[in-house]
Design a binder for this molecule. Structure first.
Ligand SMILES: Nc1ncnc2c1ncn2[C@@H]1O[C@H](COP(=O)(O)OP(=O)(O)OP(=O)(O)O)[C@@H](O)[C@H]1O
Length: 320
């Protein structure tokens, strides 16, 4: 891989309150190269969102990166001041969320929000910023951008808001886009349109993407590489083809077995029994052992390491 755009090393994120400390991201390592689309997958509660918020410097007040490095083009973001990280955010790195209203201001028009962001990050005049905004609104499928600029977010549909958020993110020409479940809340047809649009933008701009999703169908369509998370750790990582054709971790196999495929033959979907344990209640051995159909006594006696399986494929399972 050429020099990584993003390199996450031994990242540990904790939440603290007066009574306790809980580690929700527990020593994860991964890299995103130029024009790579890395999917971070796993069930709800695995730590995907907290990983992305750690990278963007957007953790809630009770959360903190307690250890590790997050390097963006070589620069460690851990320990940067709020001001320094906000300069990078929205400029070199942008993020889109499942619910656009979390990042859109309900009392400002789309135009005001877009032009302010563009002016701040690109340092251009108001007129120039309006042109950039219009250009991006057109590119995400609004043929009459001036009309959209005059609207308030609540007047748009979910799919339109998602496209507006994408245009806002793209207008500042990010080198890295973090997309956290950007299509999960949308209807299936709108979901497909937004995914197509993101794919087209990736091809055109050659940006790198961290795509967070629990949906393996979306992974197959979007990703070049996949990182599978379980209970705050990476349990398997491989290029997308290897992960789908030769998964080695029982958790990944379980995720695949619970995902519908368009193979033409009807297949019974098998959900993984049980659910992800809450942070702070992880087993001291293999964290998946309690739900694993292949678990043996030794799985409850040792801590499995993430081991190399060759060709960039890594697996955290003593049976793999
Ligand atoms: N603000 C918070 N304070 C304390 N714990 C939190 C907070 N936010 C998340 N957590 C905990 O961190 C763990 C990981 O949550 P995270 O939201 O990253 O999971 P996720 O894989 O992104 O799931 P989802 O798809 O549901 O967002 C969970 O156990 C969750 O309860």
């Amino acid at each position: 891989m050429s020099q990584a755009i993003l390199s996450v090393k031994a990242l540990k994120t904790v939440f603290r309150d007066r009574k306790s400390e809980r580690t929700v991201v527990d020593g994860i390592d991964f890299e995103i190269g130029s024009n790579e689309v890395v999917a971070l997958v796993g069930e709800s509660g695995c730590g995907k969102s907290i990983t992305s918020l750690s990278i963007m410097g957007l953790l809630p007040r009770s959360g903190e990166v307690a250890d590790g490095e997050i390097r963006f083009r070589g620069q460690n973001l851990v320990g940067l001041s709020k001001k320094e990280i906000s300069r990078l955010r929205g400029n070199k790195m942008a993020m889109i969320f499942q619910e656009p209203m979390t990042s859109l201001n309900p009392v400002l028009t789309i135009g005001t929000q877009m032009t302010e962001g563009v002016r701040r990050h690109l340092g251009v005049s108001k007129e120039e910023a309006a042109k950039v905004a219009d250009d991006w609104l057109r590119r995400v499928g609004f043929p009459e951008p001036a009309r959209i600029r005059r609207e308030y977010p609540h007047r748009l549909s979910g799919g339109m808001r998602q496209r507006v958020m994408l245009a806002m993110a793209m207008a500042c020409k990010p080198e890295l886009l973090i997309a956290d479940e950007p299509t999960t809340a949308l209807d299936v047809t709108i979901q497909a349109q937004v995914l197509d649009l993101i794919r087209q933008l990736i091809a055109e701009t050659r940006m790198s993407v961290l795509f967070i999703t629990h949906d393996l169908g979306v992974v197959a369509e979007m990703a070049t590489r996949v990182v599978v998370m379980y209970a705050g750790q990476i349990v398997e990582t491989a290029d997308v083809r290897t992960l789908f054709t030769s998964p080695r971790h029982p958790y990944t196999k379980g995720l695949l077995a619970s995902t519908p495929r368009m193979t033409g033959t009807a297949r019974k979907l098998v959900p993984i029994p049980g659910s992800v344990p809450p942070a702070g209640q992880y087993a001291a051995s293999c964290r998946f052992a309690d739900r694993c159909p292949q678990a043996r006594p030794e799985c409850r006696e040792q801590v499995p390491e993430l081991r190399d399986a060759g060709g960039g494929h890594q697996v955290r399972c003593i049976l793999a």
